[in-house]
Design a protein around this ligand. Structure first.
Ligand SMILES: NC(=O)c1ccc[n+]([C@@H]2O[C@H](COP(=O)([O-])OP(=O)(O)OC[C@H]3O[C@@H](n4cnc5c(N)ncnc54)[C@H](O)[C@@H]3O)[C@@H](O)[C@H]2O)c1
Length: 310
């Protein structure tokens, strides 16, 4: 290996040096000791911190050097998507509105992977801001391979007749119009390159709408319809457009979705009788963003504890 290549690789390892045979020997020694008697079925990485892997998972470089923009990145599902994308080798622009502290801690975490990451402030209610976020990702990375439209808010919970026009508009503006803006400004670039992966976050409520949640359910059903329409439109271009439809997932948004009685009922009605964890949802995005998903477009992938089955 030439010196230049070796130096470049070291820059991507947080500890800043290549692993030596001695380092590996130390790792082996640890596993051989009595202290490790309860450690089994585990992979130990002696890698200078270049990858930090979720417990028990393997990464396979599925997104090596891909350039991604994740909008709605700082907490919950979006945050896990960013973590897995970085672990799988992607460079990421993280876009969000508010939640600055979460954004800073996310950036620090992602930088540990050695990937290139940078923040963009974007309120998806503004077409101009969404366009600027996409343009700055393209400018910084040279191009954009993956766009995740994940920003979402919960809506009015109660009788439909009591929802105000402003409440309705707030949910539609973030959950549906924001997705439209993202696709509107990313698709021409992706079509021009003949490659792209767009992943929109919908909800299992798109397929199984619940009462007293009209605007949220309608917005998410809209995201699925928008996804299918766009996927059909760009089918020949090398760009795929898919949706992820999560079930109830333990995130800040879940905290604001319904009262405790409703939440208990919802969990009990699930075949798996538990909430999903954000990372369990995020793997679906990794698949859809990967080259392995090249024949998958216009689909809704539903990690939902079995809430909707078809
Ligand atoms: N948690 C669930 O049970 C569940 C179920 C189905 C679908 N979803 C969807 O998953 C997505 C992520 O939600 P989550 O559960 O991780 O909750 P979350 O609140 O942790 O994440 C929502 C993200 O969207 C961002 N956001 C909100 N308004 C924005 C705006 N105007 N501009 C830019 N960013 C904005 C937030 O800052 C946050 O980072 C949402 O689209 C949500 O509707 C969640």
């Amino acid at each position: 290996m030439g010196q230049e290549v070796a130096d470049y690789r070291c820059m991507r390892v947080p500890l800043g040096r290549i692993v030596q045979a001695e380092d590996i020997a130390h790792g082996t020694l640890i596993l051989a000791r009595d202290l490790a008697r309860l450690v089994t079925w585990r992979t130990i990485f002696v890698n200078g911190g270049s990858l930090t892997i979720p417990e028990g998972r393997r990464v396979m470089d599925r997104l090596r050097d891909k350039k991604a923009l994740v909008i709605g990145s700082n907490t919950g599902i979006g945050r896990e998507v960013c973590r897995l994308f970085a672990l799988e080798g992607a460079d990421i622009a993280v876009g969000d509105f508010g939640r600055e502290e979460d954004g800073l801690s996310l950036l620090a975490e992602l930088q540990q992977t050695g990937r290139e990451v940078f923040p963009v402030a974007v309120d998806v209610r503004s077409e101009e801001q969404v366009k600027r976020a996409i343009d700055s990702a393209i400018e910084r990375f040279g191009h954009l391979d993956i766009l995740v439209n994940n920003a979402g808010v919960s809506g009015h919970q109660g009788p439909l007749a009591e929802e105000t026009a402003d409440e309705w508009a707030q949910v539609m503006d973030v959950n549906l119009r924001g997705v439209f803006f993202g696709m509107k400004h990313a698709l021409p670039h992706m079509i021009g390159r003949g490659y792209g992966r767009v992943i929109n976050t919908a909800s299992q409520l798109a397929h199984k709408p619940s009462p007293f949640n009209a605007s949220y359910c309608a917005s998410k059903a809209g995201v699925v319809a928008l996804t299918v329409s766009a996927a059909h439109e760009v089918g020949l271009s090398g760009v795929t457009v898919n949706a992820v439809c999560p079930g109830p997932t333990e995130t800040p948004l879940w905290q604001t979705s319904g009262d405790d009685r409703w939440k208990a009922w919802k969990i009990d009605s699930l075949p798996m009788k538990r909430l999903g964890q954000p990372v369990e949802i995020a793997w679906a995005y990794v698949y859809l963003a990967s080259d392995e998903a090249s024949y998958c477009t216009g689909q809704s992938i539903s990690p939902n504890g079995g809430d909707v089955m078809w």
